[in-house]
Design a protein around this ligand. Structure first.
Ligand code: HEC
Length: 111
């Protein structure tokens, strides 16, 4: 092997290493984003797609709800300090980490 082909080989290895890392980062981001969406989708049946309910709905919209407010409400539902018809049951099935994920998701959506 001459110097030139060794240099080319080294470049190829360096390049595939960089690409490999980039591809892995991309895949992780997508998996995490999908997981977040799937978790937040639990609420869509009642609170609407992307957390937007239709005009006049008695169920509140979640889109654009401040994260801290949602986390507090979910905790209150879970602990029974805020009376509810369905939310107390629903919130009991969620971990604190899931509530954080969901609250961040809806807070980031424009109203
Ligand atoms: C079965 C229908 C249903 C589902 C599913 C549902 N909700 Fe609700 N949500 C309601 C209703 C109805 C209320 C009004 C309070 C009550 O009666 O329980 C409410 C109220 C809320 C409130 C209070 C809003 C405010 O303005 O204070 C929050 C926050 C909330 N829901 C978050 C969620 C989240 C997060 C999810 C998904 C994990 C979810 N809800 C899933 C029906 C639902």
């Amino acid at each position: 092997m001459n110097t030139r082909s060794i240099q080319t080989l080294a470049r190829c290895i360096a390049l595939s290493w960089v690409c490999g890392i980039a591809a892995t980062a991309q895949a992780q981001l997508t998996a995490e984003a999908l997981h977040t969406r799937a978790t937040a989708a639990m609420c869509a049946n009642c609170h609407g797609t992307e957390g937007r309910t239709i005009e006049g709905s008695s169920i509140p919209s979640l889109a654009g709800m401040p994260k801290d407010y949602m986390v507090l409400q979910m905790k209150a539902f879970k602990e029974g300090t805020r009376p509810a018809t369905v939310m107390h049951q629903l919130s009991k099935g969620l971990t604190d980490a899931q509530i954080q994920t969901i609250a961040s998701y809806y807070a980031a959506i424009p109203r």
